[in-house]
Design a protein. Structure first.
Length: 223
């Protein structure tokens, strides 16, 4: 009876190192999203979503106004964003939303790169095409005689949205980049392996069992 009790305790003690090692492994480490870097990360995450929404809204907002030399807006002289660039900002804004989610939730660096790239494309369209159309007297004169143009709220919305995408994507890439400085600790592995090999655990179990048997013999001898 006493020997069985001691042997049962020995088995429990023999399994303790394995249980500890299993606990030491812990859950798989997942790359933190940019929103996990408070408070700057939250600002970058908000910038990604707000920038995408602004691009969508800008396509249905007045991009520029056409007016005469006297400053009077001509009839049908309000040009919306989608009329000037064929829904380009709408497409970019919608494409940015899943990238913003992936960058925010999972810390996906390709998604952050995509955000920055889409922001650059939006800047090229806004500055290279929309701005020149909004201020190009010769271009407007083909449609409206003696007319000129001036950017409206839609142009500023699309420009701000593009800038926010660039800031969010580029800032996320900088904040989540691994530390390459000399002497910097290596990045955390995906999963921490157990420090005790199966062979070592078996040796520990044998040693514990031998100690239990020795203790049982000693108790019988004392009795």
């Amino acid at each position: 009876m006493l020997e069985a009790l001691v042997w049962g305790r020995a088995q429990v003690n023999a399994q303790a190192p394995e249980t500890t090692n299993q606990d030491s492994r812990g859950p798989r480490v997942r790359r933190a999203g940019i929103s996990g870097l408070d408070p700057l990360g939250l600002a970058l995450a908000a910038a990604a979503f707000i920038g995408a929404v602004l691009l969508v809204v800008s396509d249905f907002t007045t991009l520029f106004k056409v007016h005469t030399d006297a400053g009077v807006t001509v009839s049908n002289g309000l040009v919306k964003g989608h009329e000037n660039h064929s829904y380009s900002m709408l497409i970019i804004g919608l494409a940015s939303l899943p990238l913003a989610y992936a960058a925010t939730r999972y810390g996906s660096r390709p998604a952050m790169t995509g955000l920055a790239a889409l922001g650059l494309i939006a800047v090229v369209i806004a500055v290279g095409f929309d701005l020149s159309d909004a201020t190009g007297t010769n271009t407007l004169a083909r449609t409206f005689e003696n007319a000129s143009g001036s950017p409206a709220v839609g142009f500023y919305l699309e420009t701000l949205g593009a800038a926010l995408l660039i800031i969010s994507g580029g800032g996320g890439l900088v904040l989540t980049a691994p530390d390459r400085r000399p002497g910097a600790p290596p990045p955390a592995p995906e999963e921490t392996e157990s420090e005790t090999s199966p062979g070592d655990r078996r040796e520990e179990e044998r040693a514990a069992a031998a100690a239990a048997r020795a203790a049982a013999r000693a108790r019988r001898g004392d009795g």
